[in-house]
Design a protein. Structure first.
Length: 216
């Protein structure tokens, strides 16, 4: 075997090894919960949405229930949902992006919302968590989640146990992975028809953008 053949053989081995490493590093994307409904993974078939996946206009938020900026943005989102309530051409999608490194109860609050959703009250818990963020963001967070569940007519003990068991960790992790793939690195991050919005939009500006896209 001459020198050139040996070199080519070594290069081929390195290429194969690098490919295997990258595949391992990326992880088994196909195993993430839910089926992607668009090319960017902005939403999956199990994502929480107010409308239909094929709506003309879709607003996606990657958020963290313990994030103060997300809580500050919630009134804008709430207004938007009220304005377009019942409009079949508008869809709002929320994806979990818990910043656990700086928000100690971000994962637990996401679990609480998912658990409430399993009992049919996702959006109600979604609003409560943001509107009462300053109340529950403490070591007794789980007790507050159970209290909110009870007030919403849910099985509070079941919700508490599911949060303790981290029952929805895979779903939350899938949301986070999709956000990371989209270069989300802060919350809230909004996408309007696949285009990222800069910062937290004001209600009038966001409504104007949505109306323009609905009219196109």
């Amino acid at each position: 075997m001459n020198k050139e053949v040996k070199i080519l053989g070594l290069v081929a081995i390195l290429i194969i090894a690098m490919g295997a490493f990258l595949a391992f590093k990326k992880g088994p994307v196909r195993d993430l919960p839910g089926v992607p409904l668009d090319s960017q993974n902005l939403m999956r078939d199990n994502s929480h949405m107010t409308g239909k996946a094929d709506a003309k206009v879709t607003l996606v938020e990657f958020g963290d229930f313990q994030c103060p900026a997300c809580a500050a943005a919630h009134p804008v989102v709430k207004q938007i949902l009220e304005v377009y309530n019942g409009n079949p051409q508008f869809n709002f999608v929320f994806r979990n992006f818990p910043l656990s490194g700086i928000h100690k109860y971000a994962m637990d609050s996401a679990e609480a919302a998912e658990a409430a959703g399993r009992q049919g009250k996702y959006w109600e818990m979604f609003s409560v968590l943001y509107e009462k963020q300053s109340e529950w963001a403490m070591p007794q967070a789980l007790d507050f989640f159970a209290q909110y569940a009870q007030e919403l007519g849910l099985d509070s003990e079941k919700l508490k146990q599911e949060v303790r068991d981290k029952k929805y960790a895979d779903i939350i992790s899938a949301d986070y992975a999709d956000g990371s793939a989209l270069s989300v690195n802060s919350t809230p991050t909004f996408f309007l028809n696949g285009q990222p919005l800069v910062g937290v939009p004001k209600f009038d500006d966001l409504k104007k953008s949505i109306d323009q896209k609905l009219a196109e």
